[in-house]
Each structure stands twice: as C-alpha cells, then as structure tokens.
Design a protein around this ligand. Structure first.
Ligand SMILES: *[C@@H]1O[C@H](CO)[C@@H](O)[C@H](O)[C@H]1NC(C)=O
Ligand SMILES: *[C@@H]1O[C@H](CO)[C@@H](O)[C@H](O)[C@H]1NC(C)=O
Ligand SMILES: *[C@@H]1O[C@H](CO)[C@@H](O)[C@H](O)[C@H]1NC(C)=O
Ligand SMILES: *[C@@H]1O[C@H](CO)[C@@H](O)[C@H](O)[C@H]1NC(C)=O
Ligand SMILES: *[C@@H]1O[C@H](CO)[C@@H](O)[C@H](O)[C@H]1NC(C)=O
Ligand SMILES: *[C@@H]1O[C@H](CO)[C@@H](O)[C@H](O)[C@H]1NC(C)=O
Length: 841
C-alpha cells in the first residue's frame, strides 16, 4: 500500500509540468466561412443532426441552432486527415449512433488511408477502423452523397461507396470491419480531368450515394432494396439490388445523362427523388435535371423545374419533407448570376415555385428576407458587394424530417436556414438567416497580435481576414472582413513593432495589387501602390518603424518596398525565404532558407548576409520570430529545434527539449514583463504544441486533448498574445482560430542578457572547422532536397482556392468583383459566361 502511494505521488509530480489542462475554444469569426457538403438529420429523433465539412471535421447541431465540433480530439498530427469528412450516416434505429468516413485526399497530399469513425454517444467519443484505401473529403464530387448509409432494418449493416475505383464496401458488424461487395462493379469511372497529374482531378470519382428503400421487405433481417449511385456519365449511374446486396442491376429507364448528386427516398410516396448535374461539383454545372422515380411501378419522371435556355446550371441540394408527402425542394448547384435559385414543389414536382423571380429586369421579386446577425461580416463583405445572396455550391439542403418549418442549406460561404419554411406555401415569403454559429471552418494562413495594438489579426483563405481589436472582442463575430481591398484570401499579416497601429497584409490572388497597409490597427486599409498585380502570396514582415515592407512572395522571390515605393528584388535572399523584422530596431531584418541558412540584414532589408554556421546541423528554417519588446532577441525554428539569439542574429544558442519544430511565437507571460515561448514540435508528448516560460529550458504540453490537425507550419500557426498574459492562439487549416489561457511554470531568464541563457551555447558549432565549408550559401540551398510533403499543402487545402495561381477546369476565372485567378490550367480556356462570371472550360 505504502509503495503504491509513493508511486502515485511520483507520478503526480512527474506529470505536473505537462498538466496544463488548457481549455481551447474558437475565436468567434462566425458564419462558418467555408463549404458544408452535407447535412444529415435523424429520421425519428427530433433535433439530432450533423453537418460535415471538407477540411474542418464534423459538427453536431444543438437545440439553439448552434453547432459543436465533435472531431477535434481525433484530429491529431498523425491523423490530420480526420478533418476531411467525405460522408456521414446515422442509424435510423439508434439516435445516439453516428458514423463518418474521414480522409482528406486520395492522392499523395494525404499520407494516410481513410478511416471509418463511429460513435455511440453522438460524437462525444469515437472508435475507428482504418479503411484499406484513401478517402477524399476535400476532393471533387464531395457534395454528392451520402455515400455512407446504415441499413434502417439492421444496425449492423453499413455500406460505404469508395472513391478511386475501390467500389462498394459493406460492414455486417456495425462498422468494425468492412469487406468489398464484389458483385457491385459500377465503381464510378468518371475523372474530372484525365490530364491532371496531381492525382486530384484525375482520380476516379467513385460512388455517389447509397440509399436504402426502407419500404422494401427484409431478406434475412436486412433491407432488401438498396439503390447505389455512381459517378458515371454514361447510360447508367443508378443501380439497384433487390436481394439485400447480393446482386445488382442498372435501374431501367433512368435518364442516362448527367451525374446524380443526391438521392432521397420519400417512403410514403414510395418514390426516389434525385438531383443531377453535368459535373460532379462542387464548383461546376452548366446543365442538369431533377427526377422522380416511382418505385412501385418503376417509372422515371423528369421534374426539372426549368428548361430551355433557363437551364444553365445543374442541381445539387435536395430537400424532402417527410411529414408532407409531395413537398420537395431543389437548389441550383451553381448559378453564378444573378443568384442561386431554390425551388419548392408541393405536388411531387409537377409544378414548382421559385425563391425569386424577375419582375422586369433588373427588378427581382425576392420571396425571402435574408439577414446575417450571427455573422455581420457576411452582409458587409459579401451580400452588399454582390448580387449573389442565396449563395453558390449548394450541394446540401435539408428539411427537418420532424419539423416542416425548419430547413438548412449550405453554400460555399455559410450555412443558411430558417424556421418558417411553410410560409413559402402560404404567403410565399420565408425568413433566412446565417445559422452557422459554432461552425468555424476557415483556413488560417497568417496571424499577428500587436503589443499595445490590435489583439488579433487573422489572415484567412476565402474570406480575406479579420481584425479583433481587443481580447474582449474575441467572442463577437466581426462587423466586416478586411476590405478595400478585399481579396479572396490573405496570405499573411504583420505589425510594426514600434508603431503597432501600423499593419500590413498580403493577398494570394492576382489581377489586383496584393499588398495593403493600415495605420489604425487593421480597422481600415488601403492598397499599396508600390506593387504590380502579378506578385502574390508568401509571407510579409514590417519594419519596426513601419517604413519598410519585406515580402517573401510566392510568385516573384523576396521583394522590398520603402516609404510606399516600388517593390524591388532582394537579390541576396533565396526565393521562398522565411523572413522576420526586428520588432524594435527598424534597420534589422532576419531571414532563413528552407535549407537551413540564416541571414541577417542591418540595412533595413536592402541586403542580407548569410551568417556562417548559425544554426548548427539544421537543414530547414521553418519560422523566425523576433522578441516583441527586446531588440536583437530572436528565435529560429528548424528541423533541429529552436535556436535563440540575443545579439541580432550574430550568434545562437540551441534550446533543448524540442526537435523538428514548426510555427513558434512569443506571448505575454504571467510574471510581469515575461514572455512565454510557444512552439509546435516534437517533445515529450509527441508532435504537439508546447510552451516554455524559461526561454526553452523546460516545456509544457499546452495542447492537451485538443486536435489542431497537422502541426506542420503550413497548417498550424501558433500566436502568443501581445497583450493578455497566458493567452495563446492557434490558426488551423479548416477549424478557424482556437485559443486558450495557459499557465506555464518556469523561471524567466533576463531576456536582455544573453549570458543568462540557461541552455548550451552554440560555441561548439561556431568553432566548427573551416568557415567556407560550414556556410550554407543560398546557392547550395537550391540543390537541397525538397521539404516533406506535409509542408507543401498550404496552397491546396483551402476550401475553394485549389490551384491558387491558375484556376482548375470548371472553376471561376473572372467576373465583376472576382479577385481570384484569371487564367486556367492547361488546356482549359477562361470563357466569359456573363459580366459576373467567367469559367475555365
Ligand atoms: C493503406 O491500406 C493499404 C491496403 O491495406 C495498405 O497497403 C497501405 O499500407 C495502407 N497505407 C497506410 C499509410 O497505412
Ligand atoms: C457527359 O456525357 C454527355 C453525353 O455524352 C456529354 O455531352 C458531356 O460532355 C459529358 N459531360 C462530362 C462532364 O463529361
Ligand atoms: C406510376 O405511378 C405514378 C404515381 O406514383 C403515376 O403518376 C404514373 O402514371 C404511374 N405510371 C405507370 C406507367 O403506371
Ligand atoms: C419578403 O420579405 C422580405 C423581408 O420582409 C421583404 O424584404 C421582401 O420584399 C418580401 N418579398 C416580396 C416579394 O414581397
Ligand atoms: C495609392 O494611390 C491612391 C490614389 O492615387 C492614393 O489615394 C493612396 O493613398 C495611395 N496609397 C499609398 C499606400 O500610397
Ligand atoms: C540597430 O541595429 C543597427 C544595425 O545593427 C545597430 O547599428 C544599432 O546599434 C541598433 N540600435 C539599437 C538601439 O539597438
């Protein structure tokens, strides 16, 4: 007994430094900010519903219309692909059960196979089974579905339709194991672009949906009739089994053209409803159809709401009112001008009424009121800027099966919905709101917190960026995104250390200047006239006095502008260099190469000099941060860990405890004048977020059970608050900005005195043999091997900016207000469809 309690005490003591127990929550950007490819409602238990996202995991609906993220805990660095949700299914017989197929990409961008995750407590805890193939939650065709379904008569039977030609899989033990349904051979051969070599658009799209006919008889305890759709643009894409999956045949009389996106059973009518588009989505569609299939007599009826030249789009979202047979809704998948269209029928599609109509061009009768009080920036940044209010990329539309007034649909921007849907049929006017509270799915590309200035500046993909002036604002969705100029995506943001109201941001688009500055802490902005319209993306550093911008662009190497002047090349730095400004000394900048060379500039970024053997054995610089208040103190994150300098980068000491570090940051610590050092890297608890209050002598795991996805610097950005003690932010790739209050033990060394550094010095490295051999010059950096695959994902993982410089086949490439790419990947041409929309065809 006694020895056990001693051991317990020892364990408790040993565990103390890592017991940060930080509680992470989202900064409320609000409005979702990304694509929701699917919703599912439980058919019999009121209020049980889920939303799946393509890069930000699964959310559960709460009674107050808000959402709770439920897949963070399983989305760790080694399983970051769990935030890609390609399909979700509920068990009609057990409202506590939820299943999802997770995985981000089927190509090399995602190293892991897909996973079938299952929960018996509505997503509070999960079990998982690795699938023998990859799953593509952020791949083309992700809005089709659901391709995962639980047999309504037998909770043990689950079907999953795979991508990549792997076909149909079946579990007979409640999702623990799966085996291939070899009798199902229509694997969905369609590929979006056979000439693509990335594996993204040239992968077989696979199976679109699995829909059980709950009205059919049972065979050995299983539902006998099952419909499966495949991404096939040929004579047959809808298949049926009448013997519980033993044999399959094409459903006779089917349309034989277009791709089926959604297929839902209306059990009382004993009919299937299907939406079709001529692309697999989510960005495309120039034609399509809506069909009703009568199961009893085996007849198909074309119930497409429009025809002729009005039929210039495909159909995605499909809502079926389970309480009112014959009442259905369909949405245009992408109608880019003037706005999306949504139709409702109360007679099984014989007649339809639209949600808006022309009333003598350019006047419209809008049979809805749409407001976004939960996310005011949607109104200022999008609705007031564009004719598109109802949205685009509408793959999902659901009528609550137990409440005919409650509906949800999702766009590329947010979740919309309302609670008075049946007013469509009476006064023909419904109330729509953004109902995405709790869904935070932005890809965060850059973060800054200015001591004495704005608490949080967040550069994001697809929605430009946001300013939170004070910590007390973090719970309030901003009134506006970054505007004038407003870009689709901002790539980075920085503040001037001595003039913290001065901030700079860069964009990742083209066709407009991609640098903007603010002198009021990011409240208002103006474009920087010193750049042309071709430079784009990368990272940016503002000099301490705000007179100089150094920009490591993604397109044009490292460039620099002084006093609002023209950006000119910084010849002494390699393309893609990591850069930072000293936050106190205006003349000093720092840089590092992706092959481990450190550079410093003492002439305000005009020239940089490689520092001989500064970083020991490091072979890649991932991040550089300058101390917010101490001139000359900086930290360099590398594959070998973190190096600290207190003499403007002349010499460094290596910090112990962490290796292979990624994003790092300093934030206000708990002791007066102290700063915590935060770092993503490999430490005692694996690849996680750690903090140190003693300049790296000891480290605390401040991540705890929270998942951030991949910790690679391209995916997760850590930011210490410049103003609030112990406050730390993580910008994720698909789950917005998360933050926590952490308490980190340790004694702070005097930051101004390099001699007090409690770590071994780099003198051994400095003493290394011949200086010429030890210097890693920029020329050798070009010969070095590329960084690992996980570090190259940033440009491809945001929701709708795939292919940042050149638009992909079917993607938008122009139109009024468009700031994205204006040219297409070969061999496609950018063709104007109307003033507001050009597309790569
Ligand atoms: C994925 O599954 C396949 C088939 O079982 C297997 O060969 C492969 O090693 C798996 N990949 C990973 C990364 O585990
Ligand atoms: C689908 O097939 C039709 C008819 O063959 C063809 O006109 C159309 O271009 C095809 N669509 C796609 C996206 O391949
Ligand atoms: C099939 O049933 C539908 C009603 O569900 C009816 O409108 C249609 O005429 C029937 N077709 C045939 C061929 O019986
Ligand atoms: C529907 O209601 C909204 C909000 O009250 C209103 O703005 C709109 O004009 C109405 N539509 C029509 C066609 O009356
Ligand atoms: C850019 O030019 C515009 C128009 O000449 C001017 O109003 C603005 O102040 C300039 N911006 C900068 C950063 O110089
Ligand atoms: C700022 O940096 C320059 C260049 O290294 C140096 O000469 C100067 O002494 C520094 N100023 C301060 C206040 O540290």
């Amino acid at each position: 007994m006694k020895s056990i309690s001693v051991i317990q005490l020892l364990l408790a003591a040993a565990a103390a430094p890592v017991r940060a127990a930080a509680s992470w929550k989202n900064v409320n950007i609000g409005g979702g900010g990304g694509f929701v490819p699917g919703f599912v409602f439980h058919p019999t238990e009121k209020g049980v519903a889920y939303a799946r996202t393509d890069i930000g995991g699964l959310y559960r609906l709460n009674a107050d219309d808000s959402w709770t993220a439920i897949t963070d805990s399983i989305t760790t660095d080694d399983k970051w692909n769990n935030w890609g949700i390609d399909a979700v299914a509920l068990d009609p017989q057990d409202p506590d059960k939820v299943y999802a197929a997770t995985g981000m990409y089927t190509n090399s961008w995602d190293p892991n196979n897909g996973t079938l995750i299952r929960s018996s407590d509505r997503g509070a805890t999960w079990s998982s089974t690795e699938l023998p193939f990859k799953v593509g939650g952020n791949m083309p065709g992700r809005g089709m579905g659901e391709r995962l379904a639980v047999d309504p008569k037998n909770s043990k039977i689950i079907y999953f339709g795979a991508r990549s030609g792997h076909g149909l899989y079946k579990s007979t033990d409640g999702g623990v194991t799966f085996s291939k349904v070899s009798s199902f051979t229509a694997v969905g051969d369609y590929v979006v672009d056979p000439s693509d070599t990335t594996g993204l658009n040239n992968d077989k799209q696979g199976i679109a949906f699995v829909t059980f006919d709950s009205t059919s008889a049972t065979t050995n305890g299983a539902t006998s009739r099952i419909f499966v759709g495949s991404a096939t643009n040929s004579t047959s894409s809808v298949w049926v089994s009448n013997d519980a999956g033993a044999t399959w045949s094409a459903v006779a009389g089917q349309p034989g053209t277009y791709f089926p996106h959604k297929c839902k059973l209306q059990p009382t009518e004993k009919a299937l409803y299907l939406t079709y588009s001529d692309g697999t989505g989510p960005y495309d569609g120039t034609a399509g159809a809506v069909y009703r299939y009568d199961i009893t007599n085996g007849t198909w009826k074309d119930i497409t709401p429009v025809s002729g030249s009005d039929l210039a789009y495909g159909f995605g979202g499909l809502g079926v009112d389970m309480k009112n047979p014959g009442t259905i809704m369909v949405a245009s998948l992408n109608l880019w001008w003037p706005d999306a269209q949504i139709y409702r029928s109360t007679d099984s599609g014989a007649t339809w009424s639209p949600i808006w109509e022309w009333d003598g061009y350019p006047n419209m009768n809008q049979y809805y009121g749409l407001t976004t009080p939960n996310a005011p920036w949607i109104e200022t940044g999008f609705l007031s800027q564009d004719t598109k209010h109802l949205g685009w990329m509408i793959e999902s539309l659901e009528i609550n099966p137990l409440d005919s007034d409650h509906w949800l649909y999702a766009t590329g921007l947010t979740v919309y919905g309302g609670h008075d849907l049946t007013k469509w049929d009476t006064v023909h006017n419904v109330t729509i709101q953004s109902l995405a509270v709790g869904i935070e799915e932005m890809a965060v590309l850059g973060l800054a917190s200015a001591p004495g200035g704005s608490e949080l500046l967040a550069a994001v993909g697809d929605d430009c960026g946001f300013t939170f002036k004070a910590s007390s604002d973090l719970g309030t969705s901003p009134k506006t995104p970054w505007m004038t100029p407003q870009w689709a995506s901002s790539a980075d943001v920085d503040y001037a250390g001595n003039k913290p109201a001065n901030v700079v941001r860069i964009g990742s688009g083209s066709g407009a200047q991609q640098v903007a500055v603010s002198s009021d802490g990011g409240a208002s902005w103006h474009a920087h006239n010193g750049t042309d319209t071709t430079k784009s993306s990368g990272t940016v550093a503002y000099s301490a006095d705000a007179d100089t911008i150094v920009w490591s662009s993604g397109t044009s190497g490292v460039v620099r502008s002084q006093n609002q002047g023209t950006f000119t090349a910084v010849a002494s730095l390699p393309s893609g260099a990591v850069i930072a400004s000293d936050k106190r000394n205006n003349t000093v900048f720092y840089a590092g190469s992706t092959t481990g060379t450190f550079y410093r500039s003492t002439d305000t970024g005009a020239t940089f000099t490689a520092v001989s053997d500064a970083l020991g054995s490091a072979e890649a610089v991932r991040d550089i941060i300058a101390h917010p208040t101490v001139a000359g103190e900086l930290y360099v994150s590398t594959d070998a860990g973190i190096f600290r300098s207190t003499d403007f980068g002349v010499s460094f000491t290596k910090l112990s405890g962490l290796t292979n570090t990624q994003s790092i940051s300093l934030g206000v610590g708990s002791a007066s004048g102290s700063w915590n050092l935060y770092a993503f890297g490999t430490g005692a608890n694996g690849n996680k977020l750690y903090a140190s209050a003693d300049a790296g002598a000891t480290w605390t795991d401040v991540q705890g059970a929270q998942g951030f996805g991949s910790i690679a610097v391209a995916s997760s950005k850590v930011l210490g608050s410049g103003n609030v003690a112990g406050q730390v932010y993580v910008g994720t790739n698909g789950r917005g900005v998360l933050y926590a209050q952490v308490s980190v033990s340790g004694t702070v060394p005097d930051a101004t005195s390099s001699s007090s550094a409690p770590v071994k010095t780099s003198s051994t490295a400095a003493a290394a043999p011949s200086s010429s051999a030890a210097v890693k010059t920029s020329s050798t950096s070009y010969a070095a091997p590329p960084t690992t695959a996980t570090l190259t994902l940033s440009s491809v993982k945001t929701t709708s900016t795939v292919g940042a410089e050149l638009a992909q086949h079917w993607y938008q490439c122009g139109g009024v207000g468009w700031t994205g790419p204006t040219a297409c990947v070969s061999p496609y041409k950018c063709e104007k469809q109307n003033d507001y929309y050009s597309q790569c065809v």
